[in-house]
Design a protein around this ligand. Structure first.
Ligand code: CTP
Ligand code: MG
Length: 192
């Protein structure tokens, strides 16, 4: 195990997590229309709010999770990678992982909004930590439930925990960066 091996572990851990990172980036582009909570409130506050829509959810999973994952898989195939850069050789297992990561990510994001509404934070208003990690929580819980051995092999086993630590750190910076870009190009109301 040398420095190059550790870098490869970190790289793979990040690469296979891309289908969990991008659904949130796609959602503002495809979102709109009927809210997931159908406009309903609970104890005087919206269940989720107008920032969580069916189009954003389904479009985000299909584009940011499935489509991106398939593109990554195809690229690794073109490059002749034996284990498809961490996804493994079974394409159906890989497809399952794309959908699990994408769905978990956006359900985690909705769970974050649910918490925000309960504690009285308005749609779009800032909630540090929660805004950065709600989707991480959702996607990892989903991955642990639906493919524990993939999670274990990629993020725990041997030195692979380093990939997990690195990923959690880089996500904070990435999330801030993409939200600032989204705000500047006008698809997000606030830069967070
Ligand atoms: N979006 C969507 N459906 C989702 C998630 C996001 O339509 N399931 C779109 C909405 O247009 C939303 C934008 O993506 O405004 C940005 O997402 P996010 O920052 O998560 O939502 P907020 O508007 O900030 O709402 P909240 O306070 O509930 O997080
Ligand atoms: Mg927000």
């Amino acid at each position: 195990m040398d420095f190059g091996d550790i870098l490869a572990i970190i790289g793979i851990g990040f690469w296979v997590y891309v289908p969990a990172l991008l659904p949130n980036t796609f959602a503002p582009f495809v979102g709109g229309g009927t809210p997931v909570d159908f406009g309903k409130s609970w104890k005087g506050k919206r269940i989720l709010g107008d920032g969580k829509t069916w189009r954003g959810f389904i479009g985000g999973v299909l584009l940011g999770g499935l489509m991106i994952g398939l593109a990554q898989y195809g690229l690794s195939e073109l490059c002749g990678s034996a284990d498809h850069w961490g996804y493994g050789d079974d394409i159906w297992r890989a497809v399952k992982i794309f959908l699990v990561l994408g769905t978990g990510s956006l359900l985690g994001d909705m769970f974050g909004s649910f918490i925000k509404r309960r504690i009285g934070i308005q749609r779009g208003a800032k909630a540090p930590i929660l805004d950065q990690y709600d989707f991480v929580f959702g996607s990892f819980v989903f991955l642990m439930i639906f493919d524990w051995s993939f999670f274990y092999d990629t993020y725990i086993e041997g030195y692979h925990w380093i990939a997990l630590v690195f990923l959690l750190l880089i996500i904070w910076f990435l999330h801030r960066g993409t939200n600032i870009i989204g705000y500047k190009i006008g698809v997000k109301d606030q830069p967070w």
